[in-house]
Design a binder for this molecule. Structure first.
Ligand SMILES: *Cc1c(COP(=O)(O)O)cnc(C)c1O
Length: 491
């Protein structure tokens, strides 16, 4: 042994004692399965008390701690204070609920420290490409399109709009940059579009002022006449109308824009048509509600999640681009250290396109595996039925709300979101806003249900977004009963 190795003995991060690590691993898996099996018996959300917060202070641990102790800390301080979105009565914002097979798949992907996106003769790529093919088939999108699994719809919107920009800008954006744009480029979406669209617009250098937020109609769908007028005005003022973004399910109310009409307008106006279908796109796989997203398949780019309405664990989203060449030319960049596509053999061969040529990230996790395994385990028909069940549950909840004199529905249900509020005669609008915010907090703190509140036409409503495969009809009975109880107690 050299002096060096005497002072610093050779070591790795693998267990010294595989046997006890194996025992720990088995109990972790058992605990995780117990947790999922008994979700209903626990409060949905538990406020993290001060001592829990204080636990996460202090310097990095210089010396090792026993693996069992580290795990006990997780059980004590981390697991109880999760968002709670796997629980059957979690309906806040729009959140997924996870699947058991998805958990296994994440573990398996981790077990080989799987990297996805580059290299050849690699099964990860075949899995990802097959999941992308399945998405195209399920959503009725052309088979010639390209796609990429992403970390979520924010990333998908960014990629879709990057391709739109580079294709439509009428100059070489990749070389010359946005500061050399000869014309003001403009982008159109409804006032109800998601904030990730604005973030993408800002990141891509258009600037927020390039966004034309088009008013909505009574159903909170984009006003088509106002859209056409805005495009005409901008053209007259020397702007380049570049892209229209259609919402297939807004976050507030799940409003679905008239996607066929938007596709027609884009064809006439020679604009790119991007659809943000974060969760709503999946209405396309239900037996009875496909018609709600008709026209989505005409988009030049289609962004959606699989961690919301396909119920998969975070993170996983997808972007599909109609023209694969345009997709590739927005992102392909091959440094010498990643040279590929010349040899037929080895990891740098050419068996499939390198997915790193279709997005901004090089190294990505093997997110596609959880989609592949879970979709196979359940089949797309069951998926379609459960998504439909969520839509039917939304209509059921809306009927309960309408039948209760204490409650008021904000807007008719368009998909899987119900917005309603508790009413109390004599309280003014501000009083009602505060009361309903208080009801949301009480529901959360009492561990009964998690809803969020949203502002619709400047008033607060409880927001129930149903992207939860575990919710039962009786859970909505509980919600309505408890909202009325809490409302009566507070008012
Ligand atoms: C959630 C959501 C997004 C953003 O998706 P992430 O997966 O959270 O990045 C975009 N658009 C809509 C309509 C959404 O609901």
């Amino acid at each position: 042994m050299s002096k060096q190795t005497e002072e610093y003995p050779e070591e790795t991060l693998d267990p010294k004692d595989w046997k006890s690590m194996r025992i720990l691993g088995h109990s972790i898996l058992d605990d995780a399965l117990d947790y999922l099996e008994t979700l209903r018996d626990r409060p949905i959300w538990e406020h993290a008390p001060t001592h829990v917060k204080a636990h996460f202070e202090g310097p990095p641990p210089e010396d090792p701690e026993p693996a069992d102790d580290v795990y006990q800390e997780y059980l004590r301080y981390i697991r109880p204070h999760q968002l709670g979105n796997s629980h059957p009565r979690f309906w806040g914002w729009i959140a997924g609920s996870g699947t058991v097979m998805g958990m296994f798949a994440d573990l398996l992907a981790s077990s080989t420290d799987a990297v996805s996106g580059s290299f050849s003769y690699l099964s990860n790529n075949y899995v990802e490409l097959q999941v992308i093919e399945w998405c195209k088939t399920l959503l009725g999108y052309p088979s010639t399109a390209s796609g990429l699994i992403t970390s979520g719809c924010s990333a998908s919107n960014l990629i879709g709009l990057a391709v739109a920009r580079n294709k439509m800008a009428e100059f070489d954006v990749r070389s010359r940059g946005m500061q050399n744009a000869p014309q003001q480029m403009t982008i159109y979406c409804s006032e109800e579009a998601h904030s990730s669209v604005q973030k993408a617009v800002e990141l891509l250098g258009f600037g927020k002022d390039a966004m034309r937020l088009i008013p909505v109609d009574d159903s909170l769908r984009i006003d088509l006449a106002a859209l056409k007028e805005a495009i005409t005005d901008d053209r007259e003022n020397g702007c380049l109308p570049l892209c229209v973004i259609g919402c297939a399910g807004t976050t507030n109310t799940a409003a679905i824009d008239d996607l066929n009409a938007l596709a027609d307008i884009c064809a006439e106006e020679k604009c790119w048509f991007h659809v943000d279908g974060a969760f709503g796109a999946w209405a396309a796989i239900t037996p009875d509600y496909k018609y709600l997203v008709a026209g989505m398949e005409r988009a030049d780019s289609l962004a959606f999640d699989l961690h919301k309405w396909m119920y998969l664990q975070y993170p996983i989203g997808c972007i599909l681009i109609r023209n694969a060449g345009e997709h590739r030319s927005a992102f392909s960049l091959t440094p010498t250290y990643l040279a590929h596509g010349k040899g037929e053999r080895g990891l740098t061969g050419v068996d499939v396109n390198w997915l790193s040529d279709y997005g901004f990230e090089l190294s990505r996790g093997f997110h596609a595996l959880k989609a592949w395994m879970t979709i196979k385990e359940h089949g797309t028909a069951r998926y379609g039925r459960i998504i439909q069940q969520n839509i039917d549950q939304a209509h059921y909840l809306a009927r309960l709300v309408e039948a209760a004199p204490e409650l008021e529905l904000a807007v008719p249900v368009s998909l899987n979101i119900v917005n309603f509020r508790y009413m109390r005669p004599g309280l003014d609008e501000t009083g009602l806003d505060n009361l309903n915010k208080q009801i949301e907090i009480e529901l959360q703190e009492q561990g009964i249900a998690v809803t969020s509140t949203v502002s619709i036409r400047n008033r607060n409503y409880l927001h129930v977004g149903i992207t939860n495969h575990r919710s039962l009809y009786s859970d909505f009975d509980t919600l309505v009963r408890e909202v009325i109880r809490i409302g009566n107690e507070l008012a």
